[in-house]
Write a protein that binds this ligand. Structure first.
Ligand code: G6P
Length: 470
């Protein structure tokens, strides 16, 4: 196997395994923006991608798909329970999202996290060429940068954190807080979504490890020498082209009209699109909406809320409970307010292909993004990318990374239910002229700072780090 100059390490591979009716296996590029952003560069650079194929005990040899070398990492049932569902998604995820759900601290989960991170690091170290680059992604793999550096000191290492990083008062809860900081500091460049995340991380490094920090650069002591680690915000975005193209297609526009029709052509369609996750503020959104109906500020004949809640992490307790709560309240609200022809909430616990998502974005007059905490929220950016006619209104939580950039959205604190109700009414009643003014500014931002701009700026920082090493 020839070594790769550029290696991406992420919990998931960029392809999904699909089995046809005869049990024949094939691989389909997963729709995530990360793949789209990195694909051209990976193809040019002879890149490799280390990741998990999403199923237990799948021992696969490396293979090539779309000219990218894929290096699958096998996880056992128990490792999925302890590393993925446990430490990643029941310890780190809730802790880093400001303990919206209580984080669980279990020593066995931590042990599994270390073991699995080492497996990813060893695969990356074995795949990367002399003086090559390794780019590690997200909270599942925070120990990988330090592990790769120990195995391969010649390699330049980047890490990008896709979710929030918490304030020190919360971060300090974690029993393994110092080990995780040291794990991340193995990288030459550490990227966060918001300036606030980068600042919280630097504050934790100063307070816990007492390392020297000068204007966003940490001097990280090693066995024989120190290395600089640059800590900076690189707000991620989407590949806008497929969204703009689909939105312009007559087929998708007809589908959007069909969706409106099938809901009884209400005056206003509100839309929420989320993984079914307690960070997304779905309950707060539904509560505000149901009070508007109950108080007569909205009428069920005039308005429908489409809530897409795609299934996620279904074996983690907090997600099981959340699903029950949401489905109970949706059923109650519909039961109390529906007429034969109109439904208050059309709830879909399903994932949809991108075509259908764009049709939904086109059908929606108001997009509701009410996350209690969110690293970025790309749904907000997808909605904006599809609104070529500059119509539509975006209600956006201040607690998303996107709120730093999308200042012309209707910004809300989702904990303030009265404020959220007023924001929904402002969106529903906003005159076309005002919508257009805001949407033009939002589109300018999203089309300029797309995912290519994001990956270019991160890769430039890595190239600078490599030049400085030499
Ligand atoms: C967030 C995380 C990703 C993760 C995705 C889906 O966006 O930042 O790292 O892949 O959620 O979650 P899942 O657990 O299904 O990979």
């Amino acid at each position: 196997m020839t070594a790769a100059d550029f290696v991406v390490v992420a919990n998931r591979l960029p392809v999904d395994r699909v089995l046809d009716a005869d049990g024949q296996e094939s691989w389909r590029t997963s729709p995530g923006g990360l793949v789209a952003a990195l694909e051209p560069m990976m193809q040019a650079a002879g890149g490799a991608w280390v990741g998990w194929a999403g199923q237990p005990d799948l021992e696969l040899d490396p293979f090539t798909a779309n000219d990218i070398r894929l290096i699958p990492i096998a996880l056992s049932e128990q490792e999925i329970a302890e590393y993925y569902e446990g430490f990643a998604n029941d310890t780190i995820w809730p802790l880093y999202h400001d303990v919206i759900a209580p984080p669980q601290y279990h020593r066995e989960w931590w042990e599994a996290y270390v073991t699995v991170n080492r497996r990813f690091a060893e695969a990356a170290a074995a795949a990367v060429a002399e003086n090559g680059t390794v780019w590690v992604h997200d909270y599942q793999l925070q120990l990988v940068p330090e592990m790769v550096r120990a195995l391969r000191p010649d390699v330049t290492i980047g890490y990008f954190h896709h979710i929030p990083f918490p304030a020190h008062g919360l971060y300090a809860q974690m029993p393994w807080r110092d080990q995780v900081l040291r794990g991340l500091l193995g990288a030459d460049v550490i990227g966060f979504q918001r300036a606030q995340d980068a600042n919280y991380f630097l504050a934790a490094v100063r307070r816990r490890l007492k390392y020297d920090v000068k204007s966003s650069v940490v001097e990280v002591p090693g066995e024989s020498s120190t290395h600089p680690a640059l800590v900076k915000a690189f707000p991620i975005s989407i590949d806008t082209a497929p969204y703009r193209e689909l939105a312009a297609s007559p087929r998708i526009q007809a589908r959007a009209a069909e969706i409106r029709e099938s809901l009884g052509n209400p005056k206003h369609i509100l839309l929420g699109v989320d993984r079914l996750d307690y960070t997304k503020g779905i309950r707060h959104r539904i509560k505000a909406y149901s009070e508007l109906l109950r108080q007569g500020r909205l009428h069920v004949e005039d308005v429908t809320l489409i809530q897409v809640a795609s299934p996620s992490r279904e074996r983690v307790d907090a997600y099981v409970t959340l699903r029950d709560e949401i489905e109970l309240s949706v059923a109650r609200i519909n039961g109390d307010t529906d007429t034969m022809g109109h439904s208050a909430i059309r709830y879909l616990h399903q994932g949809f292909p991108r075509d259908e998502m764009v049709a939904l974005y086109l059908a929606a007059d108001v997009m509701l993004v009410t996350a209690l905490r969110d690293g970025m929220n790309l749904v907000a950016k997808e909605y904006i990318a599809t609104r070529a006619d500059n119509r539509g209104a975006l209600v956006l939580s201040e607690f998303t990374g996107a709120a730093d950039e999308l200042r012309q959205a209707i910004l809300v604190n989702p904990h303030d239910i009265e404020g959220l109700k007023d924001a929904i009414m402002t969106a529903v009643e906003m005159p076309a002229g005002e919508q257009g003014k805001r949407m033009r500014a939002l589109r300018k931002r999203v089309l300029e700072n797309d995912v290519n701009a994001w990956s270019s700026s991160f890769l430039q920082a890595l190239a600078d780090a490599r030049a400085a090493r030499a």
